[in-house]
Design a protein around this ligand. Structure first.
Ligand code: PLP
Length: 389
Protein backbone atom coordinates (compact mmCIF):
# COMPACT_ATOMS: atom_id res chain seq x y z
CA UNK A 1 0.00 0.00 0.00
CA UNK A 2 1.37 3.40 -0.90
CA UNK A 3 1.33 6.11 1.74
CA UNK A 4 -1.30 8.17 -0.04
CA UNK A 5 -3.79 5.32 -0.48
CA UNK A 6 -6.77 5.91 1.74
CA UNK A 7 -9.70 3.71 2.70
CA UNK A 8 -12.85 5.58 3.62
CA UNK A 9 -14.93 3.74 6.22
CA UNK A 10 -16.82 6.67 7.72
CA UNK A 11 -20.04 6.79 5.69
CA UNK A 12 -22.14 7.55 8.78
CA UNK A 13 -20.22 10.81 9.23
CA UNK A 14 -20.67 11.74 5.57
CA UNK A 15 -21.18 9.56 2.50
CA UNK A 16 -18.99 10.46 -0.48
CA UNK A 17 -20.85 12.61 -3.00
CA UNK A 18 -22.55 10.42 -5.61
CA UNK A 19 -21.60 11.22 -9.24
CA UNK A 20 -25.30 11.74 -10.05
CA UNK A 21 -25.62 14.20 -7.16
CA UNK A 22 -22.51 16.04 -8.29
CA UNK A 23 -23.89 16.39 -11.80
CA UNK A 24 -27.25 17.61 -10.51
CA UNK A 25 -25.56 20.18 -8.26
CA UNK A 26 -23.39 21.55 -11.04
CA UNK A 27 -26.25 21.74 -13.53
CA UNK A 28 -28.38 23.64 -11.02
CA UNK A 29 -25.55 26.02 -10.08
CA UNK A 30 -25.50 27.21 -13.67
CA UNK A 31 -29.20 28.07 -13.65
CA UNK A 32 -29.90 31.79 -13.31
CA UNK A 33 -32.64 33.21 -11.15
CA UNK A 34 -34.52 32.91 -7.89
CA UNK A 35 -37.08 30.12 -7.43
CA UNK A 36 -39.57 32.68 -6.10
CA UNK A 37 -39.42 34.87 -9.22
CA UNK A 38 -42.34 34.64 -11.61
CA UNK A 39 -40.31 34.95 -14.82
CA UNK A 40 -39.20 31.98 -16.85
CA UNK A 41 -35.83 31.68 -15.13
CA UNK A 42 -37.45 31.69 -11.71
CA UNK A 43 -40.12 29.20 -12.80
CA UNK A 44 -37.47 26.78 -14.08
CA UNK A 45 -35.79 26.84 -10.67
CA UNK A 46 -39.16 26.46 -8.93
CA UNK A 47 -39.79 23.35 -11.01
CA UNK A 48 -36.41 21.98 -9.98
CA UNK A 49 -37.10 22.61 -6.28
CA UNK A 50 -40.54 21.00 -6.50
CA UNK A 51 -39.16 17.98 -8.37
CA UNK A 52 -36.60 17.63 -5.56
CA UNK A 53 -39.43 17.77 -3.05
CA UNK A 54 -41.17 14.86 -4.83
CA UNK A 55 -38.01 12.74 -4.77
CA UNK A 56 -37.34 13.42 -1.10
CA UNK A 57 -41.01 12.75 -0.22
CA UNK A 58 -40.78 9.38 -2.00
CA UNK A 59 -37.80 8.46 0.16
CA UNK A 60 -40.04 8.36 3.25
CA UNK A 61 -43.32 7.56 1.51
CA UNK A 62 -45.15 10.80 2.00
CA UNK A 63 -46.70 13.62 -0.04
CA UNK A 64 -44.38 16.36 -1.37
CA UNK A 65 -46.40 18.97 0.55
CA UNK A 66 -45.13 17.39 3.78
CA UNK A 67 -41.47 18.13 3.06
CA UNK A 68 -39.90 21.32 4.46
CA UNK A 69 -36.38 21.82 3.17
CA UNK A 70 -33.76 22.99 5.65
CA UNK A 71 -29.99 23.42 5.74
CA UNK A 72 -29.62 19.96 7.27
CA UNK A 73 -30.86 17.66 9.99
CA UNK A 74 -29.64 19.91 12.80
CA UNK A 75 -31.78 22.77 11.54
CA UNK A 76 -34.74 20.43 11.02
CA UNK A 77 -34.34 19.31 14.66
CA UNK A 78 -34.26 22.89 15.90
CA UNK A 79 -37.38 23.65 13.85
CA UNK A 80 -39.41 20.72 15.17
CA UNK A 81 -38.23 20.69 18.80
CA UNK A 82 -40.14 23.64 20.17
CA UNK A 83 -42.84 24.11 22.78
CA UNK A 84 -44.60 26.44 20.34
CA UNK A 85 -47.00 24.68 17.93
CA UNK A 86 -50.12 25.46 15.97
CA UNK A 87 -52.98 23.17 15.16
CA UNK A 88 -54.31 25.01 12.13
CA UNK A 89 -54.76 28.49 13.54
CA UNK A 90 -54.99 27.46 17.15
CA UNK A 91 -51.85 27.67 19.31
CA UNK A 92 -50.89 24.39 20.92
CA UNK A 93 -48.40 24.11 23.75
CA UNK A 94 -45.96 21.26 24.11
CA UNK A 95 -45.10 20.96 27.78
CA UNK A 96 -42.08 18.72 27.86
CA UNK A 97 -39.62 16.93 25.60
CA UNK A 98 -38.49 13.34 26.25
CA UNK A 99 -35.41 12.33 24.25
CA UNK A 100 -33.73 8.96 24.20
CA UNK A 101 -30.31 9.07 25.81
CA UNK A 102 -28.60 7.95 22.59
CA UNK A 103 -29.97 10.69 20.33
CA UNK A 104 -27.54 12.70 18.25
CA UNK A 105 -26.65 16.02 19.96
CA UNK A 106 -28.80 17.79 17.35
CA UNK A 107 -31.79 16.28 19.15
CA UNK A 108 -30.43 15.67 22.64
CA UNK A 109 -29.74 19.38 23.09
CA UNK A 110 -33.50 19.85 22.96
CA UNK A 111 -33.82 22.51 20.26
CA UNK A 112 -35.89 25.43 21.48
CA UNK A 113 -37.05 23.78 24.72
CA UNK A 114 -35.71 25.18 27.98
CA UNK A 115 -33.17 22.83 29.58
CA UNK A 116 -35.53 22.00 32.45
CA UNK A 117 -38.22 20.98 29.94
CA UNK A 118 -36.06 18.18 28.51
CA UNK A 119 -35.79 14.72 30.09
CA UNK A 120 -33.70 11.84 28.75
CA UNK A 121 -35.15 8.37 28.38
CA UNK A 122 -32.63 5.64 29.27
CA UNK A 123 -31.60 2.83 26.96
CA UNK A 124 -31.04 -0.81 27.82
CA UNK A 125 -27.67 -2.55 27.89
CA UNK A 126 -28.57 -3.75 24.38
CA UNK A 127 -28.63 -0.14 23.18
CA UNK A 128 -32.37 0.21 22.59
CA UNK A 129 -34.61 2.79 24.16
CA UNK A 130 -36.17 1.52 27.39
CA UNK A 131 -39.88 1.47 26.56
CA UNK A 132 -40.95 0.75 30.14
CA UNK A 133 -39.08 3.85 31.25
CA UNK A 134 -40.76 5.86 28.48
CA UNK A 135 -44.17 4.58 29.60
CA UNK A 136 -43.45 5.59 33.20
CA UNK A 137 -42.22 9.05 32.21
CA UNK A 138 -45.32 9.70 30.12
CA UNK A 139 -47.57 8.43 32.90
CA UNK A 140 -46.03 11.05 35.18
CA UNK A 141 -46.19 13.79 32.54
CA UNK A 142 -48.16 16.81 33.71
CA UNK A 143 -50.57 17.54 30.86
CA UNK A 144 -51.54 20.86 32.43
CA UNK A 145 -48.21 22.18 31.12
CA UNK A 146 -48.94 21.01 27.58
CA UNK A 147 -48.61 17.84 25.53
CA UNK A 148 -45.58 15.57 25.77
CA UNK A 149 -43.20 15.35 22.80
CA UNK A 150 -40.95 12.32 22.40
CA UNK A 151 -37.87 11.98 20.18
CA UNK A 152 -36.57 8.51 19.33
CA UNK A 153 -34.17 7.95 16.47
CA UNK A 154 -34.71 5.14 13.97
CA UNK A 155 -31.11 3.97 13.62
CA UNK A 156 -28.34 5.05 15.95
CA UNK A 157 -25.42 6.77 14.24
CA UNK A 158 -22.76 5.11 16.41
CA UNK A 159 -24.00 1.53 16.80
CA UNK A 160 -26.42 1.26 13.87
CA UNK A 161 -28.92 -0.31 16.29
CA UNK A 162 -32.49 0.02 15.03
CA UNK A 163 -34.79 1.47 17.66
CA UNK A 164 -38.32 0.22 18.42
CA UNK A 165 -39.96 3.32 16.99
CA UNK A 166 -43.31 1.70 16.20
CA UNK A 167 -43.62 0.42 19.77
CA UNK A 168 -42.59 3.85 21.09
CA UNK A 169 -45.28 5.39 18.87
CA UNK A 170 -47.94 3.21 20.50
CA UNK A 171 -46.92 4.48 23.93
CA UNK A 172 -46.77 8.10 22.74
CA UNK A 173 -50.25 7.82 21.16
CA UNK A 174 -51.72 6.34 24.34
CA UNK A 175 -50.51 9.42 26.20
CA UNK A 176 -51.67 11.88 23.54
CA UNK A 177 -48.13 13.00 22.66
CA UNK A 178 -46.16 13.81 19.52
CA UNK A 179 -43.39 11.64 18.14
CA UNK A 180 -40.31 13.02 16.35
CA UNK A 181 -38.07 10.47 14.62
CA UNK A 182 -34.51 11.21 13.53
CA UNK A 183 -34.25 9.00 10.44
CA UNK A 184 -30.91 10.45 9.29
CA UNK A 185 -29.00 7.17 9.52
CA UNK A 186 -31.93 5.01 8.46
CA UNK A 187 -32.88 6.38 5.05
CA UNK A 188 -31.28 4.41 2.26
CA UNK A 189 -30.24 1.77 4.80
CA UNK A 190 -33.71 0.41 5.56
CA UNK A 191 -37.21 1.21 4.31
CA UNK A 192 -38.53 4.34 6.05
CA UNK A 193 -42.24 5.10 5.94
CA UNK A 194 -43.62 7.89 8.12
CA UNK A 195 -47.10 6.32 8.09
CA UNK A 196 -45.92 2.82 9.00
CA UNK A 197 -43.80 4.25 11.83
CA UNK A 198 -46.75 6.31 13.05
CA UNK A 199 -44.42 9.28 13.56
CA UNK A 200 -45.57 12.90 13.51
CA UNK A 201 -42.26 14.19 12.14
CA UNK A 202 -39.15 12.74 10.52
CA UNK A 203 -35.75 14.37 10.20
CA UNK A 204 -33.46 13.54 7.28
CA UNK A 205 -30.16 14.78 5.88
CA UNK A 206 -28.68 14.87 2.38
CA UNK A 207 -25.00 14.22 3.09
CA UNK A 208 -25.58 10.88 4.82
CA UNK A 209 -26.91 9.37 1.58
CA UNK A 210 -24.49 10.77 -0.98
CA UNK A 211 -25.94 14.22 -1.48
CA UNK A 212 -24.16 17.49 -0.71
CA UNK A 213 -23.72 18.76 2.83
CA UNK A 214 -25.95 21.59 3.97
CA UNK A 215 -29.33 20.20 2.90
CA UNK A 216 -31.94 18.29 4.83
CA UNK A 217 -35.62 18.19 5.56
CA UNK A 218 -38.25 18.13 8.21
CA UNK A 219 -41.03 15.81 7.05
CA UNK A 220 -44.42 16.20 8.68
CA UNK A 221 -47.29 13.73 8.84
CA UNK A 222 -49.78 16.32 7.61
CA UNK A 223 -49.97 20.06 7.30
CA UNK A 224 -52.23 20.92 10.23
CA UNK A 225 -50.02 20.43 13.25
CA UNK A 226 -46.89 22.54 12.66
CA UNK A 227 -44.09 24.08 14.74
CA UNK A 228 -43.48 27.83 14.95
CA UNK A 229 -40.91 28.80 12.32
CA UNK A 230 -37.28 28.93 13.36
CA UNK A 231 -36.28 31.23 10.51
CA UNK A 232 -38.72 34.01 9.66
CA UNK A 233 -38.60 36.25 6.65
CA UNK A 234 -39.90 36.08 3.10
CA UNK A 235 -42.19 33.13 3.75
CA UNK A 236 -40.54 30.47 1.59
CA UNK A 237 -41.40 26.82 2.35
CA UNK A 238 -44.97 27.97 3.08
CA UNK A 239 -43.69 30.21 5.84
CA UNK A 240 -42.14 27.32 7.78
CA UNK A 241 -38.59 28.17 6.71
CA UNK A 242 -37.86 31.51 5.15
CA UNK A 243 -34.84 32.26 3.00
CA UNK A 244 -34.14 31.73 -0.70
CA UNK A 245 -33.96 28.01 -1.37
CA UNK A 246 -30.64 26.44 -2.38
CA UNK A 247 -31.65 24.73 -5.65
CA UNK A 248 -28.21 23.24 -6.27
CA UNK A 249 -28.07 21.54 -2.88
CA UNK A 250 -31.68 20.39 -3.23
CA UNK A 251 -31.07 18.96 -6.71
CA UNK A 252 -28.13 17.00 -5.30
CA UNK A 253 -30.21 15.87 -2.31
CA UNK A 254 -32.92 14.67 -4.72
CA UNK A 255 -30.44 12.71 -6.83
CA UNK A 256 -29.15 11.03 -3.68
CA UNK A 257 -32.71 10.31 -2.53
CA UNK A 258 -33.48 8.60 -5.86
CA UNK A 259 -30.32 6.50 -5.57
CA UNK A 260 -31.14 5.64 -1.95
CA UNK A 261 -34.53 4.17 -2.88
CA UNK A 262 -33.28 2.23 -5.92
CA UNK A 263 -32.32 -1.45 -5.33
CA UNK A 264 -32.27 -0.88 -1.60
CA UNK A 265 -32.65 -4.53 -0.56
CA UNK A 266 -29.92 -5.85 -2.89
CA UNK A 267 -27.55 -3.02 -2.04
CA UNK A 268 -27.92 -3.49 1.69
CA UNK A 269 -27.66 -7.28 1.47
CA UNK A 270 -24.27 -6.83 -0.20
CA UNK A 271 -23.16 -4.26 2.38
CA UNK A 272 -24.34 -6.50 5.25
CA UNK A 273 -22.28 -9.32 3.73
CA UNK A 274 -19.16 -7.14 3.81
CA UNK A 275 -19.85 -5.94 7.34
CA UNK A 276 -20.57 -9.42 8.70
CA UNK A 277 -17.40 -10.84 7.13
CA UNK A 278 -15.41 -7.92 8.58
CA UNK A 279 -16.80 -8.63 12.06
CA UNK A 280 -16.13 -12.37 11.80
CA UNK A 281 -12.51 -11.65 10.90
CA UNK A 282 -12.15 -9.12 13.73
CA UNK A 283 -13.32 -11.77 16.19
CA UNK A 284 -10.71 -14.19 14.85
CA UNK A 285 -7.94 -11.60 15.12
CA UNK A 286 -8.93 -10.43 18.62
CA UNK A 287 -11.10 -12.74 20.69
CA UNK A 288 -11.81 -10.01 23.25
CA UNK A 289 -13.24 -7.55 20.70
CA UNK A 290 -16.69 -6.35 21.76
CA UNK A 291 -19.02 -5.68 18.85
CA UNK A 292 -21.84 -3.54 20.10
CA UNK A 293 -25.37 -4.47 19.11
CA UNK A 294 -24.36 -7.47 17.01
CA UNK A 295 -27.06 -9.63 18.63
CA UNK A 296 -29.92 -7.28 17.77
CA UNK A 297 -31.28 -5.51 14.71
CA UNK A 298 -28.83 -3.11 13.09
CA UNK A 299 -28.62 -1.25 9.81
CA UNK A 300 -26.42 -3.17 7.39
CA UNK A 301 -23.48 -0.80 7.13
CA UNK A 302 -22.36 -0.09 10.69
CA UNK A 303 -19.99 -1.87 13.03
CA UNK A 304 -19.20 -0.30 16.39
CA UNK A 305 -16.56 -2.11 18.38
CA UNK A 306 -14.32 -1.80 21.40
CA UNK A 307 -10.94 -3.31 22.03
CA UNK A 308 -10.32 -3.41 25.78
CA UNK A 309 -7.16 -1.48 26.52
CA UNK A 310 -7.37 0.65 23.40
CA UNK A 311 -8.61 4.20 23.87
CA UNK A 312 -10.90 5.51 21.13
CA UNK A 313 -8.61 8.42 20.39
CA UNK A 314 -5.51 6.23 20.20
CA UNK A 315 -7.34 3.72 18.01
CA UNK A 316 -8.63 6.35 15.64
CA UNK A 317 -5.18 7.87 15.19
CA UNK A 318 -3.61 4.42 14.74
CA UNK A 319 -6.07 3.55 11.97
CA UNK A 320 -5.67 6.96 10.37
CA UNK A 321 -1.92 6.45 10.20
CA UNK A 322 -2.65 3.10 8.54
CA UNK A 323 -4.63 4.97 5.88
CA UNK A 324 -8.07 4.05 7.25
CA UNK A 325 -10.65 6.76 7.88
CA UNK A 326 -13.01 5.54 10.58
CA UNK A 327 -14.63 7.24 13.48
CA UNK A 328 -14.49 7.12 17.24
CA UNK A 329 -17.90 7.04 18.86
CA UNK A 330 -18.27 10.72 19.15
CA UNK A 331 -16.28 13.38 17.35
CA UNK A 332 -16.81 16.85 18.72
CA UNK A 333 -16.85 19.73 16.25
CA UNK A 334 -13.42 20.67 17.58
CA UNK A 335 -12.11 17.42 16.10
CA UNK A 336 -11.36 16.11 19.57
CA UNK A 337 -12.50 12.60 20.35
CA UNK A 338 -14.92 12.61 23.27
CA UNK A 339 -16.32 9.80 25.36
CA UNK A 340 -19.09 7.95 23.49
CA UNK A 341 -22.33 9.01 25.16
CA UNK A 342 -23.95 5.97 23.54
CA UNK A 343 -21.60 3.50 25.26
CA UNK A 344 -22.06 5.34 28.54
CA UNK A 345 -25.84 5.20 28.10
CA UNK A 346 -25.56 1.45 27.47
CA UNK A 347 -23.84 1.12 30.84
CA UNK A 348 -20.26 0.55 29.71
CA UNK A 349 -17.28 1.83 31.67
CA UNK A 350 -16.42 5.39 30.66
CA UNK A 351 -12.86 4.23 29.87
CA UNK A 352 -14.00 1.83 27.17
CA UNK A 353 -13.45 3.46 23.80
CA UNK A 354 -15.57 2.70 20.77
CA UNK A 355 -14.51 2.71 17.14
CA UNK A 356 -16.98 2.82 14.28
CA UNK A 357 -16.60 1.39 10.83
CA UNK A 358 -19.38 2.46 8.51
CA UNK A 359 -19.68 1.27 4.93
CA UNK A 360 -21.73 2.38 1.97
CA UNK A 361 -22.73 1.51 -1.57
CA UNK A 362 -19.22 2.30 -2.83
CA UNK A 363 -17.50 0.00 -0.32
CA UNK A 364 -15.77 -3.09 -1.68
CA UNK A 365 -14.09 -6.23 -0.39
CA UNK A 366 -10.70 -4.55 -0.95
CA UNK A 367 -11.68 -1.88 1.61
CA UNK A 368 -12.55 -4.56 4.15
CA UNK A 369 -9.28 -6.38 3.45
CA UNK A 370 -7.22 -3.22 3.99
CA UNK A 371 -9.09 -2.53 7.21
CA UNK A 372 -8.48 -6.07 8.47
CA UNK A 373 -4.77 -5.91 7.69
CA UNK A 374 -4.57 -2.66 9.67
CA UNK A 375 -6.73 -4.15 12.45
CA UNK A 376 -4.27 -7.02 12.93
CA UNK A 377 -1.37 -4.58 13.22
CA UNK A 378 -3.26 -2.33 15.66
CA UNK A 379 -4.27 -5.32 17.78
CA UNK A 380 -0.74 -6.63 17.98
CA UNK A 381 0.52 -3.21 19.12
CA UNK A 382 -2.24 -2.77 21.68
CA UNK A 383 -1.13 -2.33 25.25
CA UNK A 384 -3.67 -4.02 27.55
CA UNK A 385 -3.93 -1.89 30.67
CA UNK A 386 -5.85 -4.27 32.87
CA UNK A 387 -8.59 -1.97 34.14
CA UNK A 388 -9.75 -0.55 30.78
CA UNK A 389 -12.24 -3.32 30.02
N1 PLP B 1 -28.85 12.96 13.41
C1 PLP B 1 -28.00 11.94 13.22
C2 PLP B 1 -28.39 10.57 13.67
C3 PLP B 1 -26.77 12.16 12.61
O1 PLP B 1 -25.93 11.13 12.43
C4 PLP B 1 -26.44 13.48 12.20
C5 PLP B 1 -25.12 13.76 11.60
O2 PLP B 1 -24.08 13.51 12.17
C6 PLP B 1 -27.35 14.51 12.42
C7 PLP B 1 -28.55 14.21 13.03
C8 PLP B 1 -27.06 15.93 12.00
O3 PLP B 1 -27.15 16.04 10.60
P1 PLP B 1 -26.67 17.34 9.80
O4 PLP B 1 -25.21 17.17 9.60
O5 PLP B 1 -27.42 17.28 8.49
O6 PLP B 1 -27.02 18.53 10.58
Amino acid sequence: MTKTERTYLDWNATAPLLPAAREAVIAALDMVGNPSSVHGEGRALRMLVEAARRDVAALVNTAPAHVIFTSGATEAANLVLTPDYRMGRTPLAIGHLYVSEIEHPAIREGGRFAREAVTTVPVTRAGVVDLDALERLLQDHDKARGLPMVAVMLANNETGIVQPVKAAAEIVRRHGGLLVVDAVQAVGRMPVDIEALDADFLIISSHKIGGPKGAGALVSRGEVLMPAPLIRGGGQEKGHRSGTENPAALAGFAAAARAATADMAERNARIAGLRDALEASMRLAANDVIIHGAEGERVANTSFFSLPGLKAETGQIAFDLEGIALSAGSACSSGKVGQSHVLTAMGFDAALGGLRVSLGPGSAQADVDRFLAAFSRVVSRRRVTGNAA
